[in-house]
Ligand binder design. Structure first.
Ligand SMILES: [Zn+2]
Length: 359
């Protein structure tokens, strides 16, 4: 898997360094993971126990540690603080042992690190996204979202899951309907006047979305529609004839990667979709990238990979759709509770990366 089209996973080449050449512990661990296993001594430090790094692997490890590891989130979007290429002299220095490692990487991979000034779309400066946050201009953007995003159908027989903590009567189907009015209005799409039943066909995402822990008493309902339901598909990748600064596709992509400050805007979209006759939405889970391991706002040659020809299937692989159904679909007979199970967490595994502490 490529973590960035500009720094692709390397083939084996001539070893220049090894994981033990580095002093920073996080960088050593990342280098040990992505280096070449060998008993050959390192040409730099002479160790026979480190994982060897050729030039491509040094760049790969540097990209993970310094670029992905320096990502800073903005209100919408985000960007790495550090970048590197083979055209610039090194401009980044550290007061720790990491400075030694930076110099070693620059020397052996022929690169220089610099402080990255990202394109402003990465930080949410996208015209429709700004309009969506402006009370006077939001409606026209919402109308475009309703017409430019495709419609999907949730068919009978397509099972999806709804996970709940502390259900008092698991045998009562209504316990898996939308929450009571008194607790509506706290989620990404629901309001006091528009209850929403949230679910997903991906159980791992359900566990994340529910913020479930090992101590929770959990039940999962397997749900299916009783007739085809009309959903507005906000997980789609739009084909557009405009720059990323004008992109409706990137507007919606960033909206669903944002935290609770964005909820008033996603709720306004849900309300409008309900008024337009949709039964619900398909929307990207906030935890999509954590689930798929895809990088945040992946770019190649300075452009978002979402604009590339035939990007939709590759981009779709980075997103996990959630299902939101308006009103009380269990009570209204639109959703059938096919089965309820107790669910327990048996094992959890994290895939971690490291970055510089001092940025
Ligand atoms: Zn070494």
């Amino acid at each position: 898997m490529s973590i960035n089209a500009e720094v692709s996973e390397p083939d084996d080449g001539t070893p220049l360094l090894c994981s033990e050449c580095f002093r920073d512990v996080g960088l050593r661990l990342d280098a040990a993971r992505f280096g070449m296993a060998s008993r050959q001594p390192c040409p730099n430090c002479g160790s026979s126990s480190g994982a060897l790094l050729d030039e491509g692997r040094i760049r790969w490890v540097a990209h993970r540690f310094f670029v992905l590891g320096s990502l800073t989130k903005a209100e919408y979007g985000g960007a790495p603080v550090i970048e590197f290429n083979n055209l610039r002299a090194n401009e980044v220095s550290f007061l720790t042992e990491l400075q030694h490692d930076v110099e070693l990487i620059c020397e052996n991979a022929g690169v220089g690190f610099f402080h990255y000034g990202p394109p402003l779309w990465r930080l949410g400066y996208i015209e429709p996204l700004e309009a969506l946050q402006d009370h006077d201009r939001a409606d026209s953007v919402i109308q475009r979202i309703l017409t430019e995003f495709p419609e999907a159908s949730l068919e009978p027989g397509e099972i999806f899951f709804r996970l709940r903590k502390d259900v008092s009567s698991p045998g009562d189907d209504k316990q898996f309907d939308s929450p009571p009015r008194a607790v509506c209005g706290a989620g990404r799409l629901d309001t006091m006047d528009l209850p929403v039943l949230y679910g997903s066909s991906d159980l791992q995402v359900c566990v994340h979305e529910c913020r479930a822990t090992v101590d929770d008493r959990l039940h999962v309902a397997s749900l299916e529609a009783t007739r085809p339901l009309r959903l507005l598909d906000l997980t789609a990748v739009l084909t557009e004839e405009c720059t990323t600064f004008e992109s409706l596709d990137m507007t919606v992509h960033l909206l669903f990667l944002a935290g609770p400050h964005s909820y008033p805007h996603s709720r306004a979209i849900a309300e409008a979709a309900k008024k337009a006759g949709f039964d619900g939405l398909l929307f990207p889970s906030y935890f999509s990238l954590l689930r798929t391991g895809a990088p945040f706002l992946e770019t190649a040659f300075g452009l978002t990979t979402r604009v590339f020809h035939d990007a939709s299937s590759r981009e779709a692989g980075k997103i996990v759709p959630n299902i939101a159904l308006f009103g009380r679909p269990v009570e209204d007979g639109l959703i059938h509770v096919r089965c309820v199970n107790r669910l327990y967490l048996r094992q959890v595994a994290y895939d971690v990366g490291f970055g510089p502490a001092d940025i």
